[in-house]
Ligand binder design. Structure first.
Ligand code: ADP
Ligand code: MG
Length: 338
């Protein structure tokens, strides 16, 4: 019987050295010092503002013991990248805090690092430091990602204006449906649809190129990324901006797979799942009503569909969901931890 090697066979510093210290983009001249000293040292250009964001994933809460660590590594970094996209910024550097039981297999750590490597190379970001501790409980992964945006150019949630149109990137609901299928809460028969929805749940696509273009062209007044759910995250824009919103459920863009699910039984419940399920990692943004040409330019250049789904109206932090022009009261809100 072969006994699987654990992380303790390598030890903390060997692990950092062999798995994590190489996850760095060689051409990044702004890294004065990455992994290997008491702090990373980064050269921030004078005309830029630093963006910083963090996300934690806990075994048993966000993922299971049997979750593929390669996928987990990719997702852990991608959800942070989505937050930088939602400010209109460019991501550059991240630090990783990893709490793992000493019995964790070396293979798990290797695969997790390989997932980070894949996402890092794809989106051009470097690991510049972190922390590694032995956990007496679950695996806890915290990534803090830094990015840059031109001075005064970060796009906040708080600047939506009455009369703005509301747009969303890509398609909504795939991730929630993918998860619901895995949990046995939705029946889907088409194997391609199942695969597509599963992928959308596992590997979010941070909309960095759209976020950057919205910022460069100064089109978006406000942006947020959809982590808690379309309605809940639109509510966050509303409360930060002191406005209300009308969201037309029939205009929300759906993938073929999601459309097929909605065409089945239980349309009402499935539509609510789409609107509130979360983890879409698409961008919601608001823009003045006269920018139709600019919108199609962005789609042409990024290949990402942008769909108008509603408008900002007077009112305090209220999202009115409409279906067939009539207000529709949902039974469920967005995702909340507490
Ligand atoms: P210190 O004790 O000074 O905080 P550590 O001994 O914890 O430093 O870490 C040594 C170096 O390795 C530091 O540069 C730190 O940023 C880096 N590091 C530690 N853990 C990780 C990790 N999981 N991923 C990347 N770098 C790490
Ligand atoms: Mg130190």
């Amino acid at each position: 019987m072969s006994i699987e090697k654990t992380v303790s066979a390598l030890g903390e510093f060997q692990l950092i050295e062999t798995l994590f210290s190489r996850l760095v983009m060689a051409d990044d001249k702004r890294i004065i010092k990455g992994v290997g000293d008491d702090s990373a040292v980064l050269n921030i250009p004078r005309t830029q503002h630093l963006l910083t964001t963090t996300d934690t994933l806990i075994e048993g809460v966000h993922f299971n013991s049997d979750t593929d660590p390669f996928i987990l590594g990719r997702k852990a970094l991608r959800v942070n990248l989505s937050d930088i996209a939602a400010m209109g910024g460019v991501p550059h550097w991240y630090v990783l805090s990893l709490a793992i039981p000493s019995t964790t297999s070396l293979k798990w750590a290797e695969e997790f690092a390989r997932g980070l490597d894949e996402a890092g190379k794809r989106f051009n970001v470097s690991l510049v430091g972190g922390d590694m501790v032995a956990s007496t409980g679950p695996i806890i992964i915290t990534i803090t990602l830094n990015g840059l945006v031109g001075e005064g150019r970060a796009i906040m949630r708080s600047s939506a204006q009455v009369g703005d149109r509301i747009y969303v990137t890509g398609t909504i609901g795939d991730s929630a449906l993918g998860l619901a299928h895995r949990l046995g809460r939705v029946k889907i028969s088409d194997a391609h649809h199942i695969e597509f929805l599963k992928h959308r749940h596992q590997i979010p696509e941070p909309r960095l190129s759209v976020g950057k273009m919205l910022q460069d062209t100064a089109i978006a007044r406000s942006i947020i990324d959809v982590s808690d759910g379309l309605v809940a995250d639109l509510e966050h824009i509303c409360s930060a901006s002191g406005v209300g919103a009308r969201l037309h459920a029939d205009k929300v863009p759906l993938s073929d797979a999601a459309r097929a699910v909605l065409d089945g039984d239980d349309t009402n419940r499935m539509m609510q799942m789409v609107l509130t399920g979360g983890e879409d990692y698409e961008l919601i943004f608001t823009a003045s009503a006269d920018i139709a040409d600019a919108i199609s330019d962005i789609t042409d250049q990024t290949g990402v569909a942008l769909t108008e789904i509603g408008e900002i109206v007077k009112g305090e932090s209220v999202v009115t969901v409409c279906r067939d022009g009539e207000p529709w009261v949902l039974e469920r809100g967005g995702w909340k931890h507490f």
